[in-house]
Write a protein that binds this ligand. Structure first.
Ligand SMILES: Nc1ncnc2c1ncn2[C@@H]1O[C@H](COP(=O)(O)OP(=O)(O)OP(=O)(O)O)[C@@H](O)[C@H]1O
Ligand SMILES: Nc1ncnc2c1ncn2[C@@H]1O[C@H](COP(=O)(O)OP(=O)(O)OP(=O)(O)O)[C@@H](O)[C@H]1O
Ligand SMILES: [Mg+2]
Ligand SMILES: [Mg+2]
Lengths: 165, 157, 157, 165
């Protein structure tokens, strides 16, 4: 099991520091409409290099920072951190775990960190794909996206299969 | 690279067929190569148990989701990932099919799934349940919930 | 004709606001006119109770369906029809919101609704329940079902 | 209440003659995936002049005729009939009820009937709109179509409002 934990703070509706232990085969996230389940999913995707604003349901990266509510003021940055187990050093980083973090500030300044060290987006992408395990958007199926493989044109499906191979 | 594609295609098709037959308790499924000298597209061709072969458009909402899931899981098998994230993919399924989908999930070996769901049956397939609530308006809070079926949260529909 | 449009717009906006506030137990909703000398477009602007005004894209799946329903029902009121047909529009709603949606349905006066649903709560709002089954594979059969809540069909999810 | 009953025969999965009494304020249609609920909805829409094949989830009008199953042979035509109450002769046809029927044969021949009399598609459209009550596609919200009014461009929404007015 690779996924170990997720920590979110200031990202969308997660104004407060929130940590979830994720070392389980099947994890279910439940709750009422609008409570923040897909926001949690967005935080995971964003930390793991999702750059497509439409996928994150945002118009600008600043939309990802908690914008305040009726009772709380906005905050100045959003951050999320994913910790992976690193069995047999499959990530090539040398530790028992690998921690990937991402931040965005109101100034639009943006940080990427691997094990606390500041890096570029492409370095995080490199570490994720170094395991030889597929990544990018295809292992994530967002709301309403499941039938997409069904409704795709045959040409698009061929392209998808080529990416998988 | 072309041989790698052929091998991958064979793995995907075989897994798709097995998943489909398990999901629908029968029927047939195959991938159709569209060629024009070289491969130009990949199409899907399925027959639901007891029914005849028909254009894909005619399938119901739930049938499309299950067929898509059978193929999607075959892609996962061909190119494993660190973990998989499914957000409310079971919304259009009736109770029986939610149960079958949950069973397909549990049968994926060596895979980690994070699923968002409103369905009780899918929750019962999980090893851990996190409830996201908004007690304080506009602010999300996460609580871990026990998995005894009498404690499954009331907002499941 | 331009005055007819203005009158209709006012009726729609007022009904939209009333439906929205009832659906969400508060909040604000309005229609925004985009003009460039003359009217070029109509946009939606809502604030959910306890939250701040945000781009529509950020709304959740269920929030979008409820907001759309509030507006759709306002259109129905502005231009009544012989009857209305809703096919599984409540799939993405949690239990509480399915209940609110069912209440909105019951409150539509002098209107006839045919709704397809997998949700128990929506079934309880109906005056009659028809079950569509496929005992003989590939062939649909309709049976009328009683509405005591203990007889609501098991395939509701 | 205008809608009185629906009769279907040979349309999609309704191989056998099926009649539903519809004189109720709220009618719920329930059943497993693929059992025929949306097919029933399609039959209603088709009888009331739906011409868009995509809306009916078909490639050709012939797809609407029961194509057979593992245990039944295909049939040679599809037909559906909707009966309306006609209070105060709102339809202008003179009877207590108005019956609208549509048929399609394997030969692609197609019939429209009002109170048993053969007419054209446009005559059925005229009768439906003669009540002054809106019709066409907008009072029918198909699977997945509810959020469409939400995701429409503002220009499209203006056009929709103009049609309603
Ligand atoms: N930056 C932000 N600041 C404050 N609130 C935000 C921000 N971004 C999104 N939101 C709010 O988050 C809510 C959507 O949350 P989310 O999509 O996670 O809901 P959900 O639990 O997935 O619900 P559903 O079951 O309906 O899909 C919206 O009400 C939106 O206004
Ligand atoms: N002409 C036809 N002949 C035979 N079967 C048909 C025909 N047209 C459609 N079907 C079958 O009807 C089924 C779809 O039925 P329908 O869309 O009504 O299901 P549903 O009850 O709405 O299910 P869901 O809850 O998943 O939306 C498909 O299996 C399709 O193959
Ligand atoms: Mg969501
Ligand atoms: Mg359907």
């Amino acid at each position: 099991m690779y996924l170990k934990s997720l920590h979110i703070q200031g990202f969308k509706t997660f104004e407060q520091s929130t940590t979830l232990e994720l070392s389980y085969p099947i994890i279910a996230i439940v709750g009422p409409n609008g409570s923040g389940k897909s926001n949690l999913v967005d935080a995971l995707r964003w930390t793991l290099c999702e750059q497509n604003l439409r996928t994150l349901r945002a118009r600008s990266m600043l939309d990802l920072i908690f914008a305040g509510s009726a009772t709380r003021r906005p905050v100045s940055y959003a951050e999320a951190e994913v910790v992976f187990n690193n069995p047999g050093d499959v990530f090539g980083t040398g530790g028992d775990t690998v921690t990937v973090a991402r931040r965005i500030f109101r100034s639009k300044e943006s940080d990427f960190l691997i094990d606390g060290k500041s890096v570029q987006l492409r370095d995080v992408e490199a570490v994720l794909t170094s395991t030889g395990l597929g990544f990018r958007h295809y292992p994530f199926i967002g709301q309403g996206e499941m039938s997409r493989i069904f409704t795709m044109k045959p040409e698009e499906r061929k392209t998808l299969f080529e990416e998988v191979a | 690279a072309s041989t790698l594609f052929e091998e991958t295609f064979a793995v995907i098709e075989k897994a798709f067929q097995e998943n489909f037959i398990k999901m629908f308790d029968g029927g047939e499924a195959r991938l159709v190569r569209q060629e024009n000298g070289e491969l130009t597209g990949i199409d899907i061709d399925v027959v639901l148990p007891g029914k005849r072969r028909q254009p894909l458009e005619l399938l119901s909402g739930g049938e499309k989701v299950l067929t898509a899931a059978a193929l999607q899981f075959a892609l996962f098998k061909a190119r494993p990932s660190l973990f998989y994230l499914l957000d409310e993919v079971d919304n259009a399924l009736d109770e029986d099919n939610v149960h079958r989908f949950a069973r397909l999930l549990r049968e994926q070996e060596d895979s980690q799934f994070l699923v968002v769901t409103h369905n009780r049956e899918t929750m019962l397939a999980a090893d851990v349940l996190y409830g996201v609530t908004m007690q304080e308006s506009g602010v999300s809070k996460v609580v871990s919930l026990r998995l005894d079926s009498d404690e499954v949260p009331v907002h499941a529909s």
